[in-house]
Design a protein around this ligand. Structure first.
Ligand code: UT7
Length: 333
């Protein structure tokens, strides 16, 4: 029997209209365009409007996929949403999106792996497809991080943006075939990047609000070091598993948190700048969505030839990390 292979049929994204530039940030906190560009590489970030949520942005990205591919919504058998900023603790954002899009034949669940979510999600979709348990999976990464950012904390507020990306994973033909991957985690570092309030450990109270426990907390310098090391290790392990050298990689699509992190990876693997996808300047860190947004950017702005290999690399809170090889097996439309 022919082996089932999971393919990516389409990738789309949605960015909210409102843009906050670095100069806008400098009005809110003691920072400057110079500092942000030189330390992080961000120039601007998109911010959800009032009435826009993680689910509604996810719906916008997913709807583009349904429109573009013309796939019968009844044939979607699974919706996976990866996010660290769900509309509610429960029900899942996946259930909200499933009902909004009328995907009545789809199972739906959220997958939380922070900024690594899209690669964790692709690995999960691959497992369902290749084991024959699903045929058409809509994987959506959406983040309304602005709901959890303290806009008085210059250490964090300049870093994050809102946005969504969506990927259709199928067993038929596709632009990319999902190849080898590695996933990893290190829960001992959980306090270095977290949102302490609002869960069962610190339910909302006057105290948690006074202590600003409902905002993103990050030890930036520590997270930076772990991010570089963990992504490096994951990329190395993934290349080895796939039997590839870094010279075999046509494009690197890394998590978009800080241009200096991306540069460190680029130099370590000796990849030329035009083969590394950078979107952090335009959209900042959109957590789980960032890889999908960057992948769509690659598809529309760079030439892709049959059998080109694209290497993804991710890192996020938890810590979680991973890397994955995609092989071009179809034409970008
Ligand atoms: O998506 C999950 C993964 N996340 C990441 O990978 C983020 C990793 N971390 C980073 O990208 C960087 O650590 C940051 C961008 C968060 C910070 O850059 P840094 O070069 O590590 O700066 P730092 O935290 O060591 O701070 C250096 C100085 C400090 O001043 P002092 O103590 O040296 O006087 C900060 O107070 O820069 C100051 N600073 C700022 N200055 C102007 C921190 N934030 C700002 C700011 N504007 N926005």
């Amino acid at each position: 029997m022919k082996q089932r292979r999971a393919k990516i049929l389409a990738v789309e994204s949605y960015l909210p209209k409102k843009i906050l530039t670095n100069d806008d940030m400098a009005v809110m906190v003691d920072t400057s365009d110079d500092w942000i560009v030189s330390r992080v590489g961000i120039k601007q970030r998109h911010i959800a409007a009032e009435g826009e949520f993680t689910s509604t942005m996810g719906v916008r990205a997913a709807q583009k996929i349904l429109d573009k591919t013309g796939i019968d919504p009844a044939s979607i058998d699974m919706v996976i949403v990866t996010t660290l900023s769900p509309d509610y603790l429960f029900p899942s954002t996946a259930c909200l999106i499933q009902s909004e899009l009328g995907l009545t034949n789809a199972a739906a669940f959220d997958l939380q792996a922070a900024c690594s979510g899209l690669v964790y999600g692709l690995a999960t979709a691959k497992a369902f497809i290749e084991s024959g348990q699903a045929s058409n999976i809509l994987l959506i990464a959406s983040e309304k991080l602005s709901a959890f950012v303290d806009y008085t904390d210059r250490n964090t507020c300049i870093l994050f943006g809102d946005g969504a990306s969506a990927v259709l994973v199928t067993e038929g033909s596709g632009i990319f075939t999902i190849g080898e991957f590695v996933l990893g985690a290190d829960g001992t570092c959980r306090d270095l990047l977290c949102l302490p309030g609002g869960g069962a450990r610190n339910p909302a109270s006057h105290e948690t609000v006074d202590q600003k426990k409902h905002f993103i907390k990050m030890e930036g310098r520590e997270v930076f070091k772990h991010a570089v090391r963990r992504m490096e290790e994951a990329m190395e392990a993934c290349l080895k598993k796939a039997g590839l050298e870094s010279g075999d990689i046509s494009y690197l699509v890394p998590h978009q948190a800080n241009l200096r992190i991306i540069e460190a990876l680029r130099k370590r693997f000796q990849i030329s700048p035009e083969r590394v996808i950078v979107t952090v300047d335009l959209y900042a860190n959109t957590s789980a969505s960032s890889i999908g947004i960057a992948l769509e950017h690659l598809m529309h702005n760079h030439p892709l030839a049959l059998h080109d290999k694209v290497l993804l690399a991710v890192f996020g809170s938890g810590f979680t990390f991973g890397s994955m090889v995609l092989e071009v097996t179809g034409e970008v439309k």
